[in-house]
Design a binder for this molecule. Structure first.
Ligand SMILES: [Mg+2]
Length: 250
């Protein structure tokens, strides 16, 4: 494995933030059954005393991530309270008015009627994700229906991910916005990701680098070429991501 890229930032002034799916958790056919890679949560927690901020930045809800941490904690004595969880790409901390939330709910209902059962329509309160991993023949259909629904819901846009399309408010923060905010209060840091939704975070790190940041890609099945080409360091899969995090703490 490649050596961890050393950054020119004091650990106690730096952040280590990671995506969840495909980075700390192997990709699975049903997104509801995703769990942490063995040792991943322990490796992250081992960094808490050393780095200023350690966290998970995911398109998942923070409730989902916390429930996964709790599952690990039941087996071992883990204190994850200091871990920062940025749910819904950091949008959970924003307040959306009821008009937007009602629109998302009705959009999710429409999409459930328009798409076959083989496409999992995940209603996430402030966005809707269409997962076609279990029926890839539906890709064109999912794409066409997403484009059509945007003609009606004009304040929304599509984000493409691995075997999924997410429909989000145009005002949605992206992962790059979260990393940009972190850089205002830290000397630098690491971000680990594997998908198109992580590109904005990688690009912010690279633009503001000066040697103080490291964009870490985690390669797995379906990792887009843009990710491979953009990152500073490429790891092979979630197991190597766990090893990388352990080494940061060593
Ligand atoms: Mg991911």
């Amino acid at each position: 494995m490649q050596q961890p890229r050393n950054i020119k930032a004091e650990p106690n002034q730096a952040f280590v933030v990671s995506d969840f799916d495909g980075t700390l958790s192997p990709i699975v056919s049903d997104p509801r059954s995703a769990v942490f890679e063995e040792g991943a949560i322990e490796a992250l927690l081992s960094l808490l005393d050393r780095y200023k901020t350690v966290g998970i930045l995911s398109g998942r809800s923070s409730d989902f991530i916390k429930s996964q941490i709790d599952r690990c904690s039941q087996k071992k004595e883990l204190n994850a309270k200091k871990l920062k969880i940025y749910g819904f790409y950091g949008n959970e901390e924003l307040t959306y008015d009821s008009d937007v939330l009602n629109l998302v709910a009705s959009m999710a209902d429409e999409l459930k009627h328009l798409l076959p059962d083989s496409v999992y329509v995940e209603y996430k309160f402030i966005s809707v994700t269409l997962h076609y991993r279990n029926d890839e023949s539906q890709f064109n259909n999912v794409k066409a229906i997403s484009d059509t629904i945007l003609l009606k819901y004009t304040d929304f846009e599509c984000l493409e991910g691995k075997k999924s399309i997410e429909i989000v408010p145009k005002t949605f923060k992206n992962k790059g916005d979260v990393i940009r905010d972190l850089l205002k209060t830290h000397q630098g840091g690491y971000y680990l990701g594997d998908d198109l939704g992580d590109l904005q975070a990688f690009r912010v790190l690279k633009t503001n680098s000066n040697g103080t940041t490291c964009a870490v890609g985690v390669k797995s099945l379906d990792t887009p070429n843009e990710v491979v080409e953009t990152v500073d360091l490429l790891l092979e899969g979630t197991k190597e991501a766990v090893t990388f995090l352990r080494e940061l703490g060593a």
